[in-house]
Write a protein that binds this ligand. Structure first.
Ligand code: COA
Length: 425
C-alpha cells in the first residue's frame, strides 16, 4: 500500500517539540522528512531528560520517528550551499526557530520563494505579529498566554497548566494541517505559500469554549459551572471550573474504591439528561426521577454538589473498571482516570498501534506513541528516530546527487561535522 504523502520531501529544520511533532506526523503519513541538525549538537532534546547516559533521550526519540537526520552547519558557506540545494529539492520547509533566526541564516521567504516557487514554508512562533512577536516561547508560556491556564484549575487555587502539551504538540498539529492544506492548494495553483501558526493562537483555538463562556457571561451567570450552584458570584472573566465539564452536561471526577492509596482510582461521571433515570436507580435515589427539585437538568443545577456527593457514595463502592462496566450498560457517559502505567500496558492501544514498541540501536526497545490518526489505505509503520547525522552521506548522495569527491569536499569544509556510523541493526 502506498503512503498518503509519498513523494513529498520535507526539509525539517525543527527542534524541541512543536516543530518535530508536526514533521513526525508528515513522516508517519509517508513524507520523506530530512531533519537538518547542527553538527555535533543536534536537536537540543537529544540530550535533555536523558534517562540513559549518552543515549538519545526519550524526549527526542518519541518526537522524531520515521525521519532521516543530516548534520549541516547552516552558517558555514559550504553548508549554506547544501541547504539551498535542499531547498530546491524539497516541497516543504518546516522551522520553529526563535523569531528572526531563519532570516539571520539568510533564509527569507522572498529568497526561498524565488529559488523554489513550489516550496511551502511553515513556521511555528510563540506569538503572531504584535507586542510579543520577538519572544522565545515554550509550552507553558503558550498555555498561559492562550487562555488555558487562566481557565484551568480550581476557583480558589492559582492558574494551572495542563499535562497535555497543547502549546507545543497542539501547535505542531495545527501546522501539519496548514501544510497539507497548502500542498493541496499547490496542486491547482502550482505555487507554495507561507504557513504560520503561533502557539498562543493554537492554544486559544483549543480553548475556544472558554471564549464562548466569556461572552455568555455578559448575559448572566454560567449556570452549568459548580460555582453557580454554590451561590458564588461570577467576576468579569471566565473563571476556573475545576473538573466541571466544558459542555452543558454537568460532570465531575469522583472517587472510586481504593482512592485512599491509588492516586488514579477515580472516574469521570457525566449526569447527562437522557440517562438521568438509570442514574437515579443505580445510586439508589429513585425518588429523584420525579422530585421536581431533581427531575430536570435545569432544576438540578443548584444541587450539583449534593447530587455528585450522592453519586460518589456509589462510585466509592466500585473500582473504576467495575463502575465503567455497570454505567456503560445504561449508556451513562463516564471514563476511568487511567494512569500512564495503565495506558502503557493497555492491550487495545497496542493492538491499534497507538502505543508501539520500537527498537533503537543505542537505547534498545522502548515504548512510543504511534499515529493516532488512522488512514485505511495508508497505515502508519512507526520507525525509530535517527541518530545524529545518521543519513548525512545518503542524503548528500541520493537526494542531492553529490558525487563522492564533492561529498569529501563538503566534509573537509567542516559543514557536516563528524558523520555518525551505526552498527548494522
Ligand atoms: N547550523 C548552524 N546554526 C544553527 C543550526 C544549524 N544547523 N540550527 C540552529 N542554529 C542556530 C540558529 O540559527 C540560532 O542562531 P542565531 O540566534 O544566531 O540566529 C541558534 O541556533 C539558536 O536557535 P533558537 O531557535 O534561538 O534556539 P534557542 O534554543 O535559543 O530557543 C526556542 C529555543 C524554542 C525558545 C526558540 O527556538 C523559539 O522560540 N521557537 C519558536 C517557538 C517554539 O517553537 N517554541 C516551542 C519549542 S517546543
Amino acid at each position: 500500500m502506498s503512503k498518503a504523502l509519498e513523494g513529498i520531501k520535507v526539509l525539517d529544520f525543527t527542534h524541541v517539540q512543536s516543530g518535530p511533532t508536526c514533521t513526525q506526523l508528515l513522516a508517519w503519513f509517508g513524507a520523506d522528512v530530512i531533519k537538518v541538525e547542527r553538527p555535533g549538537v543536534g536537536d537540543a532534546t537529544r540530550g535533555q531528560l536523558q534517562d540513559i547516559p549518552d543515549v538519545d533521550s526519550l524526549y527526542f526519540t518519541m518526537l522524531n520517528h520515521n525521519k532521516r537526520s543530516i548534520t549541516l552547519d547552516s552558517k558555514n558557506p559550504k553548508g549554506k550551499e547544501v541547504l539551498w540545494r535542499l531547498i530546491k529539492e524539497c516541497d516543504v520547509l518546516v522551522e520553529n526557530f526563535a523569531p528572526g533566526a531563519l532570516a539571520r541564516m539568510g533564509l527569507t521567504w522572498e529568497k526561498i520563494h524565488e529559488t523554489n516557487p513550489r516550496m511551502i514554508l511553515a513556521s511555528v512562533k510563540g506569538f503572531g505579529p504584535g507586542r510579543y512577536e520577538d519572544c522565545k516561547v515554550y509550552e507553558n508560556v503558550a498555555q498561559c498566554a492562550g487562555g488555558s491556564a487562566s481557565t484551568t484549575g480550581f476557583r480558589d487555587g492559582i492558574p494551572m497548566v495542563t499535562g497535555a502539551q497543547i502549546g507545543d504538540s497542539g501547535t505542531g498539529l495545527h501546522l501539519a494541517l496548514g501544510i497539507v492544506t497548502a500542498l493541496f492548494h499547490r496542486t491547482h495553483s502550482g505555487l507554495g505559500q507561507k504557513v504560520d501558526c503561533a502557539m498562543q493562537d493554537g492554544v486559544l483555538n483549543l480553548c475556544r469554549v472558554k471564549l464562548r463562556d466569556q461572552q455568555r457571561l455578559a448575559h448572566g451567570p454560567l449556570k452549568e459551572y459548580s460555582q453557580f450552584g454554590e451561590g458564588v458570584p461570577f467576576g468579569d472573566a471566565t473563571p476556573r471550573a475545576g473538573n466541571d465539564s466544558g459542555g452543558g452536561q454537568p460532570g465531575r471526577i469522583l472517587k472510586c474504591k481504593g482512592w485512599e492509596h491509588d492516586p488514579n482510582a477515580y472516574i469521570y461521571f457525566i449526569t447527562q439528561g437522557p440517562v438521568w433515570e438509570p442514574i437515579c436507580d443505580i445510586i439508589g435515589e429513585p425518588g429523584w426521577k420525579t422530585d421536581p427539585a431533581y427531575a430536570t437538568p435545569k432544576a438540578r443545577l443548584p444541587h450539583l454538589n449534593e447530587i455528585f456527593t450522592r453519586i460518589e457514595a456509589w462510585t466509592m463502592k466500585h473500582d473504576k473498571f467495575e463502575a465503567m462496566d455497570i454505567l456503560n450498560k445504561y449508556d451513562i457517559p463516564c471514563g476511568p482516570i487511567l494512569s500512564m502505567k495503565e495506558i502503557a500496558e493497555d492491550p487495545a492501544l497496542r493492538a491499534t498501534g497507538t502505543v508501539v514498541e520500537v527498537d533503537h540501536p543505542t537505547r534498545g526497545k522502548h515504548l512510543t506513541v504511534g499515529n493516532p490518526i488512522k488512514l485505511s489505505a495508508s497505515p502508519t509503520e512507526v520507525a525509530r528516530a535517527p541518530l545524529l547525522g545518521e543519513h548525512t552521506e545518503e542524503i548528500l548522495r541520493d537526494v542531492l546527487g553529490y558525487n563522492e569527491s564533492e561529498i569529501g569536499e563538503i566534509a573537509n569544509s567542516g559543514a557536516i561535522g563528524a558523520v555518525q556510523k551505526i552498527a548494522a541493526e
